[in-house]
Design a protein around this ligand. Structure first.
Ligand SMILES: [Zn+2]
Length: 256
């Protein structure tokens, strides 16, 4: 049997604040740039392995702050999306990308069927099962989870500068996103846009559909331009803003 992770590498899924009293469940699929040891460097340079193609810089830090302040739970993947992108289903080409933005990923080019299966079984399945179980258990306990997936994006993509600072993304269920957008557009604190810089057409709403829409939970994906959350000051500032935005939006949703 082809195995991907070593015993020492442990569980690929980390759950923080599982006993949280609040209803927010934060997900961070692209939290880490760590690669399983057995994958080596995937043929990439150290610089590329530190870049946005390997992870979402700053996203986990902001998610941790939000989970603490809003007394929410946080579930994150401990390995890089270059090994397996947990916001993509196994049948998607982007799940184990052979190229990302302007970079080729040589180590993902000639994988055997057994190697692909090991990545799905050891990175995607545990994440998928952990989140599904968490949501189902909470619902069974009479609670109403609110699903928020946390991401960051690069300010320069294919050589072009992006003006959008905050993306509020949704799939078929836009209830929470609509409230967030109405409040954020009115306060004018950031350049906030609906389904930008990515949207459902780019296949980025897999987690929203699997864990939100499927169980009827209010859900939203937040994309933060990563230059805004490069350091602790930026991360705290963004968490301040999103804490208020999320709390107000959920209150507005409940009042309907
Ligand atoms: Zn992401």
């Amino acid at each position: 049997m082809t195995r991907l992770l070593t015993d020492a590498e442990g569980n690929p899924v980390a759950v923080t604040n599982a006993e949280a009293k609040g209803e927010f469940v934060f997900l961070c699929e692209h939290a880490s740039r760590r690669l399983p040891e057995r994958l080596g460097t995937l043929g990439l340079s150290e610089d590329v392995l530190k870049s946005h193609i390997a992870w979402d810089p700053g996203a986990l830090a902001v998610a941790e702050l939000l989970a603490a302040r809003l007394d929410g739970a946080l579930i994150h993947q401990r390995f890089s999306r270059l090994a397996y992108d947990c916001n993509r289903p196994p049948e998607s080409k982007a799940a184990m990308p052979v190229a990302s933005e302007i970079y080729e990923v040589p180590g993902n080019r000639a994988m055997s069927e057994a190697e692909r299966r090991a990545r799905v079984d050891e990175l995607y399945r545990p994440f998928h099962d952990a989140v599904s179980r968490f949501v189902v258990e909470r619902k069974a306990g009479g609670r109403r989870p609110v699903l928020v997936t946390m991401h960051s994006f690069t300010p320069v993509y294919f050589g072009r500068q992006r003006a959008v600072q905050l993306g509020i993304l949704h799939d078929a269920d836009s209830r929470l996103a609509d409230h967030m957008l109405a409040i954020a557009v009115a306060d004018g604190a950031y350049d906030v846009r609906r389904n930008e810089p990515y949207g459902p057409r780019d296949g980025v709403t897999h987690s929203l559909i699997e864990y939100g829409v499927r169980y009827g939970l209010p859900n939203v994906m937040i994309e933060i331009r990563n230059d805004l959350i490069r350091d602790e000051i930026g991360q705290r500032g963004m968490a301040d803003y999103l804490e208020g935005l999320l709390a107000k939006s959920v209150a507005a949703l409940s009042a309907q």
